[in-house]
Design a protein around this ligand. Sequence first.
Ligand SMILES: Cc1cc2nc3c(=O)[nH]c(=O)nc-3n(C[C@H](O)[C@H](O)[C@H](O)COP(=O)(O)O)c2cc1C
Length: 455
Amino acid sequence: MSRKIHFGLHPYGVGGPGQDNLWKDPSIAKNASVDINYYIAQAKLAEAGLFDAFFIVDSQFINASYPAHYLNRLEPLTLLSAVATHTTNIGLVATASSTYNSPFNLARRVASLDHISGGRAGWNVVTSFDSQVSKNFGLDEHLDYATRYGRALEFVEVARGLWDSYEDDAFPADVERGVFLDPTKLHALNHVGEHFKIAGPLNLSRSPQGQPVIFQSGVSEDGRNLGAHIAEGIFAPGESFEQARDYYADLKRRAAALGRNPDHIVILIHGNPIVASTDEEAQARSREIFDEDNDFDRKLGFLGRAFGAYDFSQHDLDGPFPDLTHLTERGGRRAADLVRLAIESGWTLRQTVEFASAYKPSPFVGSPETVADTIQTWFEGRAIDGINLAFRLTEDLERFIDSVVPILQRRGLYRSEYESDTLRGNLGLPIPVNRYSAAAGSESAWQPADELTSV
Ligand SMILES: Cc1cc2nc3c(=O)[nH]c(=O)nc-3n(C[C@H](O)[C@H](O)[C@H](O)COP(=O)(O)O)c2cc1C
């Protein structure tokens, strides 16, 4: 079968990063981010557009400077369990932190979503970007990068071990013989590692897709190594074609070096298309949205996120940008690059905020043909396997589905119907063979790693 584009939808309710004034739009319900009916409606639309996944991003720390959607939103697994009962084919991916969860509990909750949805669950593994979140979990400091990523690897391997607790034919439920469970098909993990000691078994069997699909979002060296080890889907930034192509090649090379099939990692970039009748109209709309949303004070506030929720308002806007590199060590290391650039360029705090929040139009702006052409170029140029899409308004999502999707379908690049009713099936990922059945015969898809290898 020929390679096909994959789409996800990540909804931002009343407005995510950069969408500072979106909540004021009359078509947005002021409670959208906590209204389950908003999420159900968005997921149903995405399903009508034959998207692979409905993808919920998340975090567990806020202060008043955070985007409107972050301030007041539903917990992903709870939300998706409700969405599952109103949809049939679309995948349901929940972001959950491996730093601030315990493996048995999270493995059980994700597996429960997998059952509720009939095999459509995915877990986006993050190590948590907001360093101040540690204080919500009894720690004075966020774990350092190496510990966070080492823990993430072990966490996912434990979860996968727990998900294999029952072999697929463990429950004969034979009334005549009085045999509900075949005890030889039930396995305790008995895991003892650097971060966790977990006996198992999990009290939940496998779903129609075997195990939930593992996604990962991370761009640092440690983040890429983790992705290469465990991810079946990646949610990556997609700033330019060149950057996305280099990331794509790098991730697939790292996976291949670990003996994995690079086709079994589906790389989706973040994308927020703006589609209008003509290219000019779309470009004008893109600029207009930027101007509508542009709010300097909120941008100044949110800049602090990567610095552990640092309050930049205590500095003179026209004084030199402060060297806060040490605050990026545990949270967003990429912010250290911004500090370096600001200091080397002699920028003030105001100039640095303006640089960091300057107008950068999405690469996917234009008429339906132009947007379809760009997606095709990126896809065929091996910069992406697909896009995790975000739209400002519901009408923008509808316009994309009604105008861009049919063009991609006519070109044979996008499905005309779902291939499967599981997330794994639609993403073209194999069902992992239960490790205990594999030990008894067929080959297992998973090769557990002892530590995060640099590749
Ligand atoms: C496209 C994308 C989406 C992300 N979504 C989330 C998220 O929903 N929640 C979260 O805590 N971190 C999220 N992250 C942050 C990463 O999990 C990671 O913590 C961050 O990128 C810093 O780690 P890194 O330096 O390895 O990239 C996202 C990152 C990327 C690139």
